[in-house]
Design a protein around this ligand. Structure first.
Ligand code: ADP
Ligand code: MG
Length: 251
């Protein structure tokens, strides 16, 4: 495996009585796409929020390179987040702003670039997701797949080192799934960045993942290359990959 750009070390997260992550460890290899799989409610989105410093663990540590985000000051956290792009599950564009303004937002907020410079970067970013013609459109005028790609554009417009995608292909048809998967792969290469993708879509995972990690009952129970995880002898992993009702996973 490549050197990790980010790492969860023995992390536990509780919400009230509910233990979501328990002694969970995960390494995110740099320059690769890591897919996190697991049941609904397993804590996958929670892992992304930890990696982005939006949530602190109850115990354990979260590292971005050698920096422990649990010990960062607010100003350091904000600085760190500028190196991380987050494509949220529901695109989460502002309805009242054009696509161009939505994608410009991170640059207007976190840089001192001129409007002319911002326009050039935003246009270039929209081009790289095939949406340069939508600069002046409102989000409501876009299809589901286009909205997702606009969300990707906003996530990568600051040229981040690490991009987090939360269920980028949930709720779209197989053709759009293919296009979005391809876009994630292409963006990873273009940015020379690292990606963590949460997905349920096995075909899309097999198409894009360098590494797969499976989260189950609070911890990572399998982690490796796609081939390694597909060959896992863990019956829970096999049941999940086969989508079978029969097996050790409680339904
Ligand atoms: N802020 C929160 N407060 C209380 N419970 C939460 C909060 N965030 C997540 N949870 C709970 O934690 C569990 C894991 O959530 P999540 O990480 O969103 O799962 P996944 O993304 O794998 O579906 C769920 O049971 C969810 O209801
Ligand atoms: Mg989720």
């Amino acid at each position: 495996m490549a050197e990790p750009i980010a790492r969860l070390d023995d992390v536990s997260v509780r919400f009230g009585e509910r233990v979501v992550l328990q002694n969970c460890s995960l390494e995110v290899p740099e320059g690769a796409i890591t897919c996190i799989i697991g049941l609904s409610g397993a804590g996958k989105s929670t892992i992304l929020r930890l990696l982005d410093g939006l949530l602190l663990p109850n115990s354990g540590h979260v590292y971005l390179r050698e920096n422990d985000i649990c010990h960062m000051r607010e100003s350091q956290l904000i600085e760190m987040r500028t190196k991380i792009g987050f494509a949220f599950q529901f695109a989460a564009l502002f309805d009242s702003m054009t696509v161009g303004d939505n994608v410009s937002l991170p640059l207007r907020e976190h840089t001192t670039l001129s409007e002319k410079e911002i326009y050039a970067i935003v246009m270039h970013t929209l081009e790289s997701v095939g949406l340069s013609h939508t600069y002046d459109n409102m989000p409501s005028e876009l299809s589901g797949g286009m909205l997702k790609r606009a969300g990707f554009a906003r996530a990568v417009v600051t040229n981040p080192e690490l991009v987090l995608y939360d269920e980028p292909t949930t709720g779209v048809d197989p053709i759009v799934t293919h296009l979005l998967t391809d876009t994630i792969k292409r963006l990873r290469k273009q940015l020379n960045a690292t990606a963590v993708v949460i997905s349920h879509d096995l075909q899309s995972i097999y198409m894009m993942a360098d590494y797969v990690a499976m989260l189950f009952e609070g911890a990572i129970i399998a982690n490796g290359t796609v081939d390694e995880v597909r060959k896992s002898t863990n019956p829970i992993v096999q049941q999940f990959l086969q989508g079978s009702e029969v097996g050790p996973i409680p339904l």
